[in-house]
Write a protein that binds this ligand. Structure first.
Ligand SMILES: Nc1nc2c(ncn2[C@@H]2O[C@H](COP(=O)(O)OP(=O)(O)OP(=O)(O)O)[C@@H](O)[C@H]2O)c(=O)[nH]1
Length: 361
């Protein structure tokens, strides 16, 4: 278990953000591929050396060094985008090696068999579009290399049957991998879309579409830290619809729901972009107002109070108005988030007990 953990940590080296699944996969695979490629070409190079093939051995050993170098790029975080640099290096060196193996035939003419490594590697590192383009260029190049009438592009001889079967099977494998890569990318995009939807749902209230308590807590924590760090003024406004029970009793629960939604829309329309608003409870809203003093929050609260009071709602043939009460609190450096929310809440209830349709600061 300890060994597996160590191995995982080793191959995750260079992953900047583990939440980005796509780039994590690419970096981990590039890490593994570079070390495996380095070891395999090293072994092949030594074998070629023992078989008295000094040129092939030299090419393989240089290749091995390139793979290990690509691996070191991640370990030492060289270059501004290590993955891009390393993946390009791995792809180019793999293609060069394949062209060379086709050219020489490798050990007893088996060299071309390694070309089936090219499609998965190129498509994985380059992605569907760039990878397919590079694969197409590779296919065109090796077709030319294999069938060019002058033997200048081949140092060995292959039968026509071998060359044509090699090319057909390579094109088939490339197509299959391209289809597989397209399916992989499309399911990855669906997973990301679904997880973003879930994330949004977890942070938002279904009825009003506003942030829910959880979503607002996240904003509160961020804003709280920012205002403490930069000593900026931040205010909170806790707002509650007055006598909402009566609204439900008189006009029905559905109308009540519609009002909760409409009031949320009115508030959203009046707030600035940097402000946030949440449905904090049943008919209770919380506004987070960055760079706002309590005096500025009072001006906003008064505007909102009047706006709601002057909005007419309709239920069948009856028209009616509602009012809201609000409690305002400006963050102090000694507040915790709970202290600030509780203070805004206490002031809201003071506004209620003093007659409603008002704000207290
Ligand atoms: N329609 C609807 N009603 C809700 C929802 N959430 C809470 N309520 C109702 O809101 C009402 C709140 O009532 P109270 O807490 O007694 O307060 P109030 O009648 O607004 O009176 P004050 O706040 O004291 O002015 C309750 O009747 C809840 O059932 C909701 O999502 N939809």
């Amino acid at each position: 278990m300890k060994f597996i953990n160590k191995l995982t940590t080793y191959f995750y080296k260079g992953v900047p953000d583990k939440d980005d699944l796509e780039s994590t996969q690419r970096i981990v695979v590039a890490n593994i591929f570079s070390i495996l490629g380095g070891v395999i070409t090293l072994l092949m190079g030594v074998t070629a050396l023992l078989n008295h093939k000094p040129v092939l051995a030299t090419v393989l050993l240089i290749q091995s060094c390139i793979y290990f170098y690509a691996h070191l790029i991640f370990r030492n975080n060289w270059f501004s985008v290590p993955y891009k640099y390393s993946a390009n290096l791995l792809s180019i060196s793999l293609i060069t090696l394949m062209v060379y193996l086709i050219y020489t035939g490798g050990v007893n003419g088996t060299g071309p068999l390694w070309i089936y490594l090219v499609p998965p590697v190129i498509l994985f590192f380059g992605g569907l579009y760039k990878g397919s383009r590079n694969l197409l260029l590779f296919i065109l190049f090796i077709s030319f290399q294999l069938f060019y009438p002058d033997p200048i592009l081949l140092a060995t001889e292959y039968s026509y049957e071998f060359k044509s079967r090699l090319l057909y099977s390579f094109i088939s494998v490339s197509l299959l991998f391209a289809v597989y890569e397209a399916a992989r990318q499309s399911s990855y995009k669906s997973v990301i879309k679904i997880s973003k939807q879930f994330e949004r749902q977890a942070m938002h209230d279904v009825l009003s579409g506003l942030l829910n308590r959880r979503g607002m807590m996240q904003n509160l924590e961020l804003e709280y830290a920012r205002s403490k760090r930069s000593q900026l003024n931040t205010s909170l406004v806790m707002c509650d619809i007055d006598y909402f029970k009566k609204v439900n009793d008189l006009y029905g629960h559905e109308k009540g729901d519609e009002i909760i939604k409409k009031v949320g829309q009115i508030f959203t329309g009046e707030l600035r972009k940097q402000d946030s608003i949440a449905r904090w409870g049943g008919e209770e809203y919380l506004f987070l107002l960055p760079t706002t003093t309590s005096a500025q929050a009072e001006i906003l609260a008064e505007k909102l109070r009047q706006k709601i009071q002057n909005t007419t709602f309709q239920s069948k043939d009856r028209q009616f108005n509602i009012t809201v009460s609000m409690g305002i609190h400006q963050f102090s450096p000694f507040d915790s988030i709970d202290d600030a929310v509780n203070s805004a809440d206490a002031k809201l209830y003071q506004a209620k007990s003093e007659g409603r349709n008002r704000w207290i600061s």
